[in-house]
Design a protein around this ligand. Sequence first.
Ligand SMILES: O=C(O)CCC(=O)C(=O)O
Ligand SMILES: [Fe+2]
Length: 357
Amino acid sequence: MGEVDAAFIQSTEHRPKLAVVEADGIPLIDLSVLNSPDSPEPDAVAVRPLIAEIGEACKNWGFFQVINHGVPFKCRKNLEIAARNFFALSKEEKKKVSRDDENPMGYYDSEHTKNVRDWKEVLDLVVEDPTLLPVSHEPDDKELKEYINQWPEYPPELREECEHYVEEVQKLAYKLLELISLSLGLPANRLNGFFKDQASFIRLNYYPPCPIPHLALGVGRHKDGSALTILAQDDIGGLEVKRKTDGEWIQVKPTHDAYIINVGDIIQVWSNDRYESVEHRALVNFEKDRISIPLFFNPAHYTIVEPLEELTDDQNLAKYKPYNWGKFFATQKRSNFQKLDVENIQISHFRLSEKSG
Ligand SMILES: O=C(O)CCC(=O)C(=O)O
Ligand SMILES: [Fe+2]
């Protein structure tokens, strides 16, 4: 294995199978009905089949792809190119915008998922600059800090491309939240209100070629703590989703100009488990590098996440205790930065019934 650090090696059961599993992929959903010139109300009759399709995809997969989503292709392509140019810089140059204890936004190449090192480099940015989040995971510590973006000097266009991209993708996020609300039988705007002081992040992921793709992962298996994640991947492929029906790891084949949408932990809790946040991971490639760009759509730090009252009653009791989103996030960050010997915080820790998540 030469000089590869043992911290990257997955235990046997978590190593990827590199042989392709040909199987039913995640649903591909066409949003063109939303883009018709008279832009229909989200609850118009013409949109109902789409709402049903989204509801089924959220219930059965927790993951789907969308096409004809309204985000201009050029805007995504430009950000991808700028991201590539950033990651092509020397380590020394990239480290000028390293994240640190003071500012958790920036560049890093040493993340661990479930205590195994990920084969990736990352630039993390907040969507609202600055974004307020708790300083500490301690429940009684009310102090907040500002998360601030560190923009690299090179390539100079990265900032503008990123801000433009975020603006466009957020429109898609709000449309999807409306459709998801409606699919749960709620008013279209029921979920959007939580995002007023949103603590959303955009992450530029870069996966360099890897000499041991059968032993390591770009990102180890995990669920997103977000409400919703909107992911752009390039045409290399590598994302795998754990299929709910049989626990098999299924590849998400790159589809031109599609976005991959996944239900995060927060929607799982809001929906009282009608929709589930599903495990996923990213494989790496022996020859090729890969870029992916998730936008983690999160509510304000002060949001108390709990099953929505409209979705619970005497027959369908709340399955989770309320939790504070900012504290959840701060706890997660704490165990990501250091390689802690504790299990990362999960929504299952707030579960009221016996079933574990
Ligand atoms: O690179 C990918 O395809 C997935 C990345 C991911 O799941 C994440 O950054 O949370
Ligand atoms: Fe993820």
